[in-house]
Design a protein around this ligand. Sequence first.
Ligand code: ATP
Ligand code: ZN
Length: 495
Amino acid sequence: QSRDETVFLTVLHTNDHHGAYWQDKEGNNGLVNRFAMIERIRNEVAAQGGAVLLLDAGDVNTGTPESDLLLAEPDFKAMAKMGYDAMTVGNHEFDNTHDILQRQQGWAGFPFLSANIYNNKTSHRAFTPYAFFEKKGLKIGVLGLTSVDTRIVGSKAILANLDFRPHVSEARKVLAEMAKEKPDVVIALTHLGYYYDGKHGSSAPGDVELARELPPGSVDMIIGGHTHTAVCVGDKALDADWRKHADCKPDRQNGIWIMQALDSGRYLGRADFIWQKGQLTLKRYQLLPVVASTEAETPAVQALYTLLQGYKKHIDTQLSVPVGMFRQTFEGDRDVVRSQQTNMGQLIIAAQMDKTQADFGVISSGSIRSSISAGPVTYRDVLKVQPFGNSVTYVALTGKEIIDYLNVVAFKTAGSGAYAQFHNIAFDRDNGKVAHVTISGKPLEMDKTYRMSLPSYNATGGDGYPELNQHSGYVNTGYIDAEVLKSYIARKYPL
Ligand code: ATP
Ligand code: ZN
């Protein structure tokens, strides 16, 4: 772009969509409302002679049965129609096997970007690292980066052939390559997470640390995801009151803007820039709630509604069938289930033990994704609790092996997804070791063999659990966890 030109550039961004293609009960959120908003902004920006770039920072997959049962086909096909320019590969894009991700890439059409994921076998990058877009004569380079934590939080079996390399060094490499093409604007589209002041705790470093480590001026903005954050900063912390202002102040580190727009399509990030004399200046930044519009919809928006309604109707019939009935609420909310034993944890393990004739069972709490309230229980409810489609496995362990296993698994931090739920086993924790272990109320015998049930996710090392899938006593039943829970509820209700 010639330096004398002035260009208005509006970057619209979403992240962590998690299957939320359909609007909520109040008629808000969802891709139809999002598209209507985007179309209005496009018209407004076009009237001003400006250009719009539409980006998603990853985790389109996993979160609603309506989407999960259809492998996110509605979501990706809709995003194609909405004119998304690119997305980055999030950790949840690996909840399905690689061939499904390739099908999704086909439905989407726009590039799935990630510079730091490599194929172990070929040592080549597994995804397109970056792409260029021409908008009103501006050349915009977008590179993708994915959290190395994907290795820990994702399914080991699916990730077996992939290597998540440190994202900062990969970013430096591709930025040097991209610079040869002389882009006017460079955007890092990341699924790394936002941690205020770079305090990332036990998670991998995120966007703030990335901005601080990149060469100054090498990137204009980081558009992120993963932590589902509203990145609106106040004086000493994130601004908790951002909803009260019209505008949100994105973070800025080392001359690089950092932005993120919560999750599940509840908000659309809107950054209005002006490009002048080779300089990109942020004029205004907003996190706009995606609400039902009162204005007449364009034919394109109506067509999207028809497309998505078709998928929704088809799946609704399957999902609305009551499978049983609860007399009380079963607690699976993340704030509770990740720090204490709950009846939902017990129920899921009881179902898996029943299926495998196990003596006791374990599951990491992070894989329990919802509560179910008292009353009739539908298949939809069950799938919300266990959306990942893991299979139920079991393993024969001696008392001695159980102690070693518990000495790892029973000490996962409360509050983290790794925190374990147990059923039919009890113990004390003394100075970092378990003691007084009982199974079915009887003291554990060291050379006796017991059967433990667990999800394939944990058996293959998910959440940092010891890998058991190579153990001689390991059996993967192939039964899907949600199906097992559903049929247990159907047989045992009222619970
Ligand atoms: P994000 O949606 O932003 O990526 P996330 O789901 O990775 O977030 P959390 O909501 O904190 O992050 O959940 C992480 C936990 O989810 C893990 O600790 C693990 O217990 C569980 N989890 C993630 N993937 C799977 C999977 N494929 N199967 C079972 N459990 C999983
Ligand atoms: Zn997410």
